[in-house]
Design a protein around this ligand. Structure first.
Ligand SMILES: *[C@@H]1O[C@H](CO)[C@@H](O)[C@H](O)[C@H]1NC(C)=O
Ligand SMILES: *[C@@H]1O[C@H](CO)[C@@H](O)[C@H](O)[C@H]1NC(C)=O
Length: 253
């Protein structure tokens, strides 16, 4: 019986980093100006988004600049979470582009973040520009953490913020029962990435307080942490996870 329980706990763990988690919608936003459907602008945006999807099969980050006839320019970039395979990255970017097409129909610019990837396009220059605007944040319950737990949380965040001299846009850390993840878009310089992450991590502490989990998304970077078992954001994985638990409980009892 105990073996069955362990088997189901193992399945539970397999279920969490699935493609459903990668595809979890985090935020999306569109620029006010609209283009005329059927115009050269639309053709250019479509080429740009296609280039992003194709490029995501080979790299975790890339940017493109395409001219719209002679009168305008469209810029775009994608950034996949650093631990995704090329296959996962291209599927994530394709999905984000599809959602962007619906959400930002005929918008001159748009941005969309799924759990596994970020896609943005616009006719205003934004590639290579640091931007620490808070786009969205999700704070866990302010149940308070014991001072020991708070120490472990702060250790995880301190490690995420530590630059060991090598430029990494993707960082993970773990201490005791806490895990942390941080990611910059690849267009930032090492200094800008460091500054962006410091800003996100500072805000995780000040805006969310002593919470068992929190996520802070700035325009060009994000940082998040969670305590094991604190059940982070409700995502579209929820049904599968409770199904596994349900089956596990039946077999054990
Ligand atoms: C972007 O396009 C909109 C609509 O065509 C236009 O109003 C705006 O000036 C353009 N911005 C830039 C930076 O070209
Ligand atoms: C954008 O892409 C070009 C061509 O791949 C590359 O040379 C450039 O460094 C990139 N710029 C940024 C800011 O990432």
């Amino acid at each position: 019986m105990h073996h069955l329980l362990l088997l189901f706990l193992f399945l539970f763990h397999l279920a969490t980093p699935s493609s459903a988690a990668i595809d979890t919608f985090i935020f999306g936003g569109c620029s006010q100006p609209k283009y005329t459907p059927g115009s050269p602008y639309e053709t250019t945006v479509n080429s740009l988004l296609t280039s992003l999807i194709n490029s995501a099969a080979f790299a975790n980050y890339n940017n493109f600049t395409l001219p719209v006839a002679t009168y305008d320019t469209v810029y775009g970039l994608f950034q996949c979470r650093g631990d995704l395979s090329n296959d996962q990255c291209s599927r994530c970017v394709a999905r984000a582009v599809t959602q962007l097409g619906t959400l930002c129909y005929a918008s001159c610019g748009g941005a969309l973040q799924l759990d596994g990837c970020f896609v943005k396009y616009d006719n205003a220059t934004f590639v290579g520009v640091e931007d620490k605007t808070v786009v969205t944040k999700k704070c866990g319950p302010s149940v308070g953490l014991t001072s020991d737990a708070l120490t472990r949380r702060d250790a995880v965040l301190a490690y995420l913020q530590t630059s060991d001299g090598t430029y990494k846009t993707f960082r993970t850390s773990a201490y005791g029962d806490f895990q942390g993840v941080a990611q910059c878009t690849g267009d930032l310089s090492p200094t800008e990435c460091q500054d962006c992450l410091s800003g996100a991590i500072q805000r995780l502490k000040t805006d969310c307080g002593p919470s068992p989990w929190a996520e802070m998304y700035l325009a060009k970077c994000y940082a998040s942490y969670s305590q094991s078992g604190s059940h982070s954001r409700p995502n579209n994985n929820g049904n599968k996870v409770s199904f596994v638990w349900f089956v596990g409980i039946i077999f054990v009892s």
